[in-house]
Design a protein around this ligand. Structure first.
Ligand code: MRU
Length: 354
């Protein structure tokens, strides 16, 4: 299997089917699938980043609801509803920052509420239809993001990206990587610089792998090299994804994104954030309100099994940071490009009242 576009999929019917994931923790050395047959396996897969990337987490959680509710398929509607509520709350506790998780679970909850008249087996079928819709819509959004973003980067000789925002992180071609794939189709010589993305190396393990699978020229750099790469004039744009975008455009993304946005500003290089509307959280005004996940210290001190810091060394390991709207040249969504990044422009593009 060389097509990363099957990072998250459903196998079988609603009654006895299951969620199938590429176990991203094993890449790039091993390409292995994980069959998630219980909601506990789904929760652990999200928590441990076997499936990761904001849109992919949302799709996985939607399918996770089906897996979790299969146990009550033959129960009465009241027990089914209690189980559904438990499963949704449980999955919502897996990771805090990517709003796509909560957005997808909310859709599943609303679908169940709107079909409360159905008996559990029929409701399970209906929930699977909704989860498939979430997956299909995400694929469509990726396509549209690629098309809308292309004019912004089509003349770049080099583009810098961070973390992984491609087929592994979504149901389609990706967000920032969808724009990069579109640019590479137009100009196969375009040079992509991928930050390795400490501490979990999503850039090295996943982005470099995906780009190489698709013959896009990629050069891997350590995160600390990004400023120098800009100074040397190697990149004309930076493009990243997002896990949650506040109403004013402040964008949470993988740790290191804030520094990149500062560096891009200092070098006069456009800094783009590409994300579907499911990544916007218009209920919060600014990035200071975005919950930032903090992860265990061993990701820093014992990365990939080898001790690299003294015993007992104190660490701080936020998994995300927030690029302020003032550093973002444009937001690229499936509905179009938001530039300049203001609350009014965001609300008008997303079709929400200001
Ligand atoms: O911790 P991760 O690997 O889930 O973090 C992922 C990112 O930060 C991505 O850049 C973001 O989710 C956008 S994915 C299209």
């Amino acid at each position: 299997m060389t097509n990363p576009n099957t990072a998250v999929s459903w196998v079988g019917n609603a009654d006895a089917g299951h969620l199938r994931l590429i176990d991203q923790t094993l890449l790039p050395v091993e390409l292995q699938f994980l069959d998630c047959t219980t909601v506990e396996i789904v929760w652990e897969a999200i928590k441990s980043l076997r499936v990761r990337g904001a849109p992919a987490i949302g799709v996985a959680a939607a399918y996770g609801v089906i897996v979790g509710c299969q146990t009550e398929r033959d129960s009465d509607p009241a027990r089914f509803e209690t189980r559904l509520r438990y499963v949704i709350d449980y999955l919502a506790g897996s990771r805090p920052t990517a709003v796509n998780l909560f957005w997808a679970l909310d859709r599943m909850q609303k679908t169940a509420a709107a079909n409360a008249n159905l008996a559990p087996p029929a409701l399970l079928d209906r929930l699977l239809v909704e989860a498939r819709k979430i997956e299909d819509e995400d694929r469509e959004m990726c396509l549209a993001i690629g098309q809308h973003g292309l004019p912004l980067v089509k003349d770049c000789a080099g583009i810098l990206t961070h973390c992984n925002t491609g087929g592994l992180a979504t149901a389609g071609d990706g967000t920032a990587l969808a724009v990069i794939f579109a640019a590479a189709r137009l100009n196969p010589q375009v040079q992509i610089y991928a930050d390795e993305t400490r501490p979990l190396l999503q850039g090295a393990r996943l982005t470099a792998w995906e780009l190489m699978q698709r013959n896009v020229p990629v050069t891997l750099i350590c995160d600390s090299m990004a400023g120098w790469v800009m100074k040397e004039g190697r990149v004309q744009a930076v493009i990243v994804g997002a896990d949650r975008i506040a109403a004013n455009g402040d964008s949470a993304n993988k740790i290191g994104t804030y520094s990149l946005s500062m560096l891009a500003k200092a070098h006069g290089i456009p800094f783009y954030v590409a994300a579907p509307s499911s990544t916007f959280d218009l209920s919060i005004e600014h990035g200071g309100q975005i919950p930032i996940e903090e992860r265990i210290s061993t990701e820093i001190t014992h990365g990939f099994g080898r001790q690299t810091a003294p015993d007992g060394c104190r660490t701080y390991n936020p998994a995300f940071d927030v690029a302020p709207a003032t550093h973002i040249t444009a937001l690229i969504t499936e509905k179009g490009v938001i530039q300049p990044v203001t609350t009014a422009n965001i609300r008008s593009m997303l079709g929400e009242a200001v």
